[in-house]
Design a protein around this ligand. Structure first.
Ligand code: CA
Length: 528
């Protein structure tokens, strides 16, 4: 009998009665069926762009519906805030130093993941959309994935046998393929389906409807957009992920001059412009300085949020289909993103840093049989916890090598007794795409300590009094005891999690964007 499951279901036992209790205790043969799991994950969707999390820049009615009908975790975090490592962590329940994926290197195809374990426990397992782990998916009955990052328009997806080109917009294509997988699933097994969107990843290409709709919107600027980084470690001044300085003409959707082709065109698009010519009320105008900065922020957010809107529609379609097909009650639907993202906070785009906008993952979940509508929790959760949560729900023992813990106790809301009080974070990809410095750190309910270990610089933030992380208190004598406590926690976490700095001397090369072998073979029944 699994104590974790029993504790989490106690509030619901009155509703579900003896049948559910019988399943939990194993005392009845007529056990309740194990839940289906639909795991919907986007790429780079920040919680601050979801109205269920209080967004002031957009409305996401379908994501709000999902959260209102179930659970919203307010403090869920990535342990290494970039795409490939987060995906490896979600599948293995392990930190990067354990699963061997600290940067953009391939997941070893021999790795046993949650998909293998659920498959072996009798689940139908499927993976559709952005994979971005280099090697082919393992442990899935069905998979159909984008090569590398994939593309927004007319995306290519490939399976074991070859590739097809799908006409349309990536978010809609991936939703269609997920619905097809659900419709064609075997009916005698519960399902575990991963629907992984490409959106809203850079270069933030919306569909035409939402591009037009958002092009005229004025998006509020975040309070920290013009952060001057005073008092902070050098890393913030050295990064190259600045909205004002590092967005390219391609990011800003500027049109290359007619006649420019090939490498010349690519070079033009790759320039980070310090002046831009636009047409305002029929007049040509050159933007520079702060006027250009404000324009860049608007262009970035307009396209990003327009991409999010298609994701919101996708979630609505999937929920509608489950509801219309008798699958609402016993399907756990999760919505998350592989990490957070900077939407201009601290002047940044992208992720990587341990600051809240990039560290935090949205986590909304609906499961009428096991979660009451309107449930919320402030307990500290991490992406290592997803795999053990699925195993717990499937009645599969959680192996010792899994470093997360089941989130099922949080399904009752609040923070259970004995829950973790701190989390560990480590980022390796230095200099990476944006000259982001390697760092590690610890976050508690109230504070965050970051160590840029290569240069031995520290930052301390009081998350209660300074939630926007603008004042580095590391050298403030009043915080000496807080620093000492956090350093003790950091050392304990490193030791408990087995981080012996194994990836600090040599990192694996970035390999996940190499063309897969299936790209040599096109399906003869291609939709084109
Ligand atoms: Ca990502």
């Amino acid at each position: 009998m699994n104590r974790t499951i029993l504790n989490s279901f106690r509030p619901l036992l009155g509703n579900l009665g003896v049948l559910l209790f019988g399943w939990l205790t194993g005392s009845l043969h007529a056990a309740a069926p194990r839940p289906n799991i639909l795991f919907i994950m986007t790429d780079d969707h920040a919680a601050q762009a979801i109205s269920a999390y209080g967004s002031v820049i957009n409305q996401t009615p379908q994501l709000d519906r999902l959260g209102a009908q179930g659970l919203r975790l307010n403090r869920c975090f990535a342990v290494n805030s970039i795409c490939t490592p987060s995906r490896a962590t979600i599948l293995t329940g392990q930190y990067s130093h354990r699963n061997g994926v600290p940067v953009f290197n391939n997941l070893d195809p021999a790795t046993v993941t949650v998909a293998h374990r659920l498959h072996d426990a009798g689940y139908f397992t499927a993976m559709i959309g952005k994979w971005h782990l280099g090697s082919d998916p393992q442990g899935f009955d069905y998979w159909n994935i984008l090569p590398g990052q994939g593309r927004y328009r007319d995306p290519i997806l490939y399976d074991r046998d070859g590739y097809r080109i799908y006409r349309g917009y990536a978010t809609e294509v991936i939703t269609d393929l997920t619905l097809d997988a659900l419709k064609n699933r075997p009916r005698d097994r519960p399902f575990f389906v991963m629907c992984h969107h490409k959106a809203p990843h850079r270069e933030w290409t919306p569909n035409e409807r939402y591009r037009r709709e958002f092009a005229t919107r004025e998006i509020p600027e975040p309070a920290t957009l013009r952060d001057d980084y005073s008092g902070r470690a050098d890393a913030l001044r050295e990064q190259k992920q600045s909205v004002f300085h590092d967005l390219t003409r391609n990011d800003l959707k500027l049109e290359p001059p007619v006649g420019l082709t090939g490498a010349e065109r690519e070079r033009w698009l790759g320039v980070k412009p310090d002046e831009v010519e636009v047409v305002v009320e029929g007049q040509r105008k050159t933007l520079r300085g702060d006027e250009l900065n404000r324009w860049k922020y608007q262009r970035y957010l307009q396209d990003y949020l327009a991409c999010v809107q298609s994701v919101d529609d996708s979630v609505g379609r999937l929920l509608d289909w489950l509801d219309a097909n008798g699958l609402r009650e016993n399907t756990l639907v999760i919505y998350t993103s592989d990490q957070g993202f900077f939407l201009g906070e601290h002047g940044l785009y992208d992720k990587r840093f341990m600051y809240e906008p990039a560290l935090r993952m949205p986590f909304l979940a609906r499961w009428p049989a096991g979660i009451k509508p309107g449930t919320t929790s402030d307990a500290l959760a991490i992406n290592c916890d997803f795999a053990p949560t699925f195993l717990d729900l499937a009645g599969v023992p959680i192996p010792a090598e899994v470093q997360g813990r089941s989130l099922v106790p949080l399904f009752a809301g609040g923070t259970p007794a004995g829950w973790r009080t701190d989390i560990y974070y480590r980022y390796y990809h230095d200099p990476g795409h944006h000259n982001t410095r390697a760092h590690y750190g610890v976050r508690t309910d109230t504070h965050k300590l970051i160590h840029y270990w290569k240069v031995n610089q520290w930052e301390l933030y009081d998350l209660v009094n300074d939630p926007q992380e603008m004042r580095n208190l590391y050298s403030d004598p009043k915080y000496a005891s807080v620093v000492a406590d956090l350093k003790t926690r950091l050392a304990r976490l490193k030791q408990e999690l087995g981080d012996t700095d194994q990836f600090t001397r040599e990192l694996p090369p970035d390999t996940v964007d190499a063309p897969p072998r299936q790209m040599n073979h096109r399906h003869s029944d291609s939709p084109l």
